[in-house]
Ligand binder design. Structure first.
Ligand code: ADP
Ligand code: MG
Length: 290
C-alpha cells in the first residue's frame, strides 16, 4: 500500500526556552487527497504542528523533538534541502510577508521559474491559477497596491502554481474582511473540485472549514482531544463547547434538537440541513395533531 501523505507518530515538540511541550504525543494520519480541518483555541499548537510538517520545525526553530513526522513516507528531517518545500506549500495569514516581486504576474511566475519549468508549462499554469483565483485583471499591478483579499489570493495562487502535493493553510483569512474571506474560500472550494491535493486547513470559522474538510481534529494544549470525519465530529458538542470553539448557528441548533431529544437525526452541518431538520419536526408535529 502507498504511504499516507502525512504520518505523525508519537510526536512531541518543546521550544528551546519553554518549560512545557507545545505538542504532546500526537498521532495523525492524512491520506493523499484528503482535507483535514484543524481547530483549537489560541496556543493549542496548531501552527507548531503545521510547521513541523512543512519543515520549519526543527529547521528554523530550536527545541527538542520526539517521535516522527513523515511526509509521503519520508521523515521531514531526511528530505534533501528544498525538496520538502516543493512538496509542502504553506500559506499563512499575512500575504504581504510572502511577496518578493514587483508585479502580480512576476510574483506568480517567480516560484515556477525557480522550479526550472519550461515557458510553455509556466504559461499553462499561470493561466490555470489566474482563472482559479480570478487574478487576470491584477497581473500588471504591484502586489503592495492591491487589497488584502486580493493579496491573499495572489499568495495562494503563487503557491498553487508550484503544484505542491500538500497545501497547508494556517488561518489564511484571519486578516481579511468577510467578503474577501468568502472569495478565498471559493477558490479553495474550486481547487478541491478540480485537483487532488492534500490539504490541512487551520481556520477559526467552522462555517468555512466544514464544507471543505473530510475530517476534523481538535487540539487542546498540545494534545489531540478529538478527531472524526466532519459530520461525526459534531455528534457530541460538549468538548467543543468546553474548548470555547464558536459553533456555527446550524450546528448549535441541530445539536440542541438532538440533545433535547427532539430529533434522532444525525448532526446537521449546514443551514440547509438544519432547516430540513426543522421541517421534519414540523411535519411530525402536524402528524401527531391530526
Ligand atoms: N517560537 C516559539 N518559542 C516558544 N514557544 C512558542 C513559540 N511559538 C509558539 N510557542 C508556544 O507553543 C504553544 C503553541 O503555540 P502555537 O503553535 O502558535 O498555537 P496556535 O497556532 O494553536 O495558536 C503556545 O504555548 C505558544 O506560546
Ligand atoms: Mg497559530
Amino acid at each position: 500500500m502507498s504511504s499516507p501523505a502525512i504520518q505523525v507518530t508519537d510526536y512531541s515538540w518543546k521550544y528551546l526556552h519553554s518549560t512545557t511541550r507545545a505538542i504532546k504525543n500526537i498521532e495523525l494520519i492524512v491520506q493523499p487527497g484528503e482535507c483535514l480541518g484543524l481547530i483549537g483555541s489560541n496556543g493549542s499548537g496548531k501552527t507548531t504542528l503545521c510547521n513541523s510538517i512543512d519543515g520549519l520545525i526543527p529547521g528554523q526553530y530550536h527545541g527538542i523533538k520526539e517521535g516522527r513526522v513523515e511526509v509521503f513516507g519520508t521523515e521531514v528531517e531526511e528530505y534533501r534541502r528544498g525538496e520538502l518545500q516543493r512538496t509542502v506549500g504553506l500559506v499563512f495569514s499575512d500575504p504581504e510577508a510572502q511577496f518578493t516581486a514587483m508585479t502580480v504576474e512576476d510574483e506568480l511566475v517567480f516560484g515556477m521559474e525557480n522550479l526550472g519549468l519550461s515557458i510553455s508549462e509556466i504559461n499553462r499554469r499561470l493561466e490555470w491559477v489566474c482563472d482559479l483565483a480570478d487574478l487576470s485583471p491584477l497581473l500588471d499591478k504591484p502586489p503592495y497596491e492591491i487589497s488584502g483579499g486580493q493579496k491573499q489570493r495572489v499568495a495562494l495562487a503563487a503557491m498553487l502554481a508550484m503544484q505542491p502535493r500538500v497545501l497547508i493553510l494556517d488561518e489564511p483569512t484571519a486578516m481579511l474582511d468577510p467578503v474577501s474571506r468568502e472569495r478565498v474560500f471559493a477558490v479553495l472550494a474550486r481547487l478541491r473540485k478540480e485537483r487532488e491535493i492534500t490539504m490541512i486547513l487551520i481556520e477559526h470559522s467552522l462555517e468555512h472549514i466544514i464544507p471543505l474538510a473530510d475530517r476534523m481534529v481538535l487540539l487542546s494544549n498540545g494534545r489531540k482531544l478529538h478527531e472524526a470525519p466532519t459530520r461525526t465530529f459534531f455528534s457530541d458538542l460538549s468538548l467543543l463547547r468546553q474548548e470555547g470553539i464558536h459553533l456555527p448557528g446550524a450546528v448549535g441548533f441541530s445539536g440542541y434538537l438532538r440533545e433535547s431529544g427532539a430529533t434522532t437525526d444525525e448532526p446537521a452541518i449546514s443551514v440547509e440541513e438544519a432547516a430540513q431538520q426543522a421541517r421534519n419536526l414540523r411535519g411530525a408535529a402536524k402528524g401527531e395533531l391530526s
